[in-house]
Design a binder for this molecule. Structure first.
Ligand SMILES: Nc1ncnc2c1ncn2[C@@H]1O[C@H](COP(=O)(O)OP(=O)(O)OP(=O)(O)O)[C@@H](O)[C@H]1O
Length: 619
């Protein structure tokens, strides 16, 4: 539009408002700038080289002709603004200024004070520019309508020898009785229970004979029986006997296929997290419900049977749970044990092998747990059970929450790299995740106090001990002796309550594991909620926080509700580069807005949210 047309339309040659838009040309004439990209129109006038520079400490308001323009023809940002007019002077009288020197308070065009900062150049990138939000809403798995649970035909069953009293067992009884006579202990073997790998001889003592007389004979009994190990239970809980557990000459294998093929396991639909562990000395199948555990610690030396145990737990769960009902996070820094489970539809994220990514994934779980508790509070549900029940009945318009199990196979590897983060997350998960349907199983080869720290141990009540090297290691896991006397290869002590029980772990071969996994994988593909790429970005971002002042500066800018490089420099007496680097990191964590030209960055979060971020970062 030309000037005449403007005057005809609006009574003014400078405005050609259409939907509140001012033309480029007019804008340039008034303000000497081409665009008003910034929403805040109180921003200072930019330097225009076409004008004669004039340095002043205070900018005077722009003086411009009074324009008789109907209010509604002004752009929204100018309506209602007080504009000083000088009617006698024709044309515009616009003062433009050279950028003032650092730190000077200047007045912007419309008289409001703003603080001038360093002109910020594009900051160096410390991490890839992509911002990642780890916390993603839990997407329920789209159910596969024709999904089939793996059949038991994929598993082997083994017939065991029915001979309860082989010759070697009778011989053992005779040697025990003879040892008691030799040491003048009044008592004898009342009965013997042959388990799969050990036999328990139950000794009945005459009244008045101290139980400790038997424990003091441990070494003599071992020698006379020529046993590699021997464990004494004095007395056997719930029985009037002292138990002497001696390894069998020939050990039987407890086949996983046999242990799961029972109604007690398959038909128990009320306990989807019930898993098959093995068989005790009495020949009873032993199952544990992870929901009741609610978290477990599995420890034992190398080759003792931990991995077989973890596999039998996982396969037990896969036999009974559809992908939409149970989700898994598998952490395997050793990169061998759990990687066969990759691509299972039950996985939240592909098997994690990087310890730092593992720590980040654990923090994701903490967030998921908090979200779940908020949902429970909002729907007056007590726990995941009642929440899902209400969803089923249609009382809550939400999707069913799946149970979540996290398995860490080799805690020591995580503790070496990210001890603080891992310990923190494990502590938080184990303290309150039970009602949220989130459970944790932690396995380690190194049951030492630097790996199984007090906070972890005290929050993981269920312990599964395999053979360990020393009494001290046994005490770390079980708070008592016993695990150092185990035989290895699946011989274990399960401690849920006061006294541990001994059992032989169910054996499942790699072929059987593969068969079950393949059967599931053929039916449906994984729908990962957490991508490794996202976890990696978080880890990289965390790695860049190499400045000790980061947390302090973050708290400072949030408490001041202002983030200027200048302010940070002054407050912490640091140089420009360091202050700018911290500001860039604050931006990357969503604490402050990106640099806005000469304006100070905006603070985007409150102190509570900041503390959450810092906690997640372990700061
Ligand atoms: N329940 C079991 N029944 C029979 N044999 C078993 C059982 N568990 C383990 N074994 C035997 O012991 C070997 C070692 O077991 P596993 O790999 O589970 O040990 P681990 O404790 O995980 O060792 P590492 O920590 O070195 O990985 C198995 O290859 C198997 O031969």
């Amino acid at each position: 539009m030309d000037d005449d047309a403007n005057i005809q339309k609006t009574g003014n040659k400078y405005y050609e408002f259409k939907d509140g838009i001012i033309s480029k040309e007019t804008r340039k004439q008034i303000f000497g700038i081409d665009s008003y990209k910034h929403k805040n129109q109180d921003a200072p006038v930019k330097e225009d080289v076409a004008f004669e520079p004039k340095i002043e400490e205070e900018i005077q308001p722009i003086k411009m002709n009074h324009v008789e323009t109907p209010e509604n023809t002004l752009p929204p940002w100018m309506r209602g603004k007080h504009i000083e007019t000088t009617p006698e002077i024709g044309g515009l009288d616009v003062d433009t200024f050279k950028r003032p020197s650092k730190g000077i308070q200047i007045k912007a065009n419309f008289g409001e004070e703003i603080s001038e900062d360093y002109p910020e150049q594009a900051p160096p990138k410390y991490v890839e520019p992509k911002k990642t939000e780890v916390r993603q809403a839990f997407r329920a798995h789209t159910p596969t309508s024709n999904y089939q649970l793996p059949p038991l035909t994929l598993l082997k069953k083994v017939e065991r020898s029915a001979d309860d009293k082989p010759e070697w067992l009778v011989e053992q009884v005779e040697r025990i009785n003879q040892t008691l006579i030799d040491h003048a202990v009044e008592g004898e073997v009342a009965q013997s229970k042959k388990g799969p790998t050990v036999t328990r001889h139950e000794i009945s003592l005459e009244p008045g004979v101290p139980v400790k007389r038997i424990t003091s004979l441990q070494d003599n009994l071992m020698m006379n029986l020529a046993a590699k190990t021997l464990r004494i239970e004095a007395p056997i809980p719930g029985k009037p006997f002292v138990g002497i557990e001696v390894p069998n000459k020939i050990a039987d294998i407890v086949s996983f296929g046999n242990v799961v093929d029972t109604d007690e396991f398959l038909e128990d639909h009320k306990h989807p997290l019930k898993v098959a562990l093995g068989e005790d000395i009495d020949g009873t199948n032993i199952y544990v419900d992870i929901a009741k555990m609610p978290h477990g610690l599995i420890a034992g030396g190398t080759g003792s049977g931990k991995s077989v145990c973890v596999n039998s737990i996982l396969i037990s769960l896969l036999l009974k749970n559809r992908p939409e009902d149970l989700k898994l996070i598998l952490i395997d820094p050793k990169m061998v044990e759990l990687t066969p489970y990759n691509d299972l539809p039950h996985l939240i994220t592909p098997v994690i092998t990087d310890p730092k990514m593992a720590a980040t994934a654990l923090n994701w779980v903490v967030d998921e747990m908090e979200d779940r508790y908020k949902k429970f509070a909002g729907t007056r549900s007590r726990d995941i059970g009642s929440f899902n029940e209400n969803v089923k009945k249609g009382f809550i318009d939400e999707q069913k929450m799946p149970l979540i199990l996290i398995v860490i196979d080799e805690l020591a590897d995580l503790m070496m790299v990210a001890a603080h983060d891992v310990e923190n997350a494990i502590q938080r998960i184990t303290q309150k995740a039970r009602a949220a349907g989130i459970h944790l199983l932690v396995a380690t080869q190194r049951p030492t106090v630097d790996v199984i720290r007090g906070t972890i141990k005290s929050n993981i009540p269920t312990r599964i001990a395999f053979r360990v090297a020393s009494f001290t290691d046994s005490t770390t896991i079980l708070d008592g002796a016993g695990a150092e006397q185990l035989l290895g290869r699946g011989d274990m002590l399960l401690k849920e309550a006061e006294r541990p029980i001994r059992l032989q772990g169910a054996y499942i071969s790699n072929n059987e594991i593969d068969a079950v996994i393949d059967f599931i994988r053929q039916q449906t593909t994984p729908q990962y909620i957490l991508k490794h790429e996202d976890l990696r970005h978080i880890v990289q971002a965390k790695d860049t926080i190499d400045d000790d002042l980061f947390a302090q500066v973050a708290e400072y800018v949030v408490s001041e509700n202002s983030c200027s490089i200048n302010g940070i420099q002054k407050e912490y007496n640091i140089g420009f580069n360091r202050a700018q680097k911290i500001a860039t990191l604050l931006e990357q964590y969503g604490i402050v807005s990106p640099a806005q030209g000469t304006k100070a960055r905006e603070v985007l979060i409150d102190m509570l949210s900041l503390r959450e971020i810092l906690e997640k970062l372990g700061l």
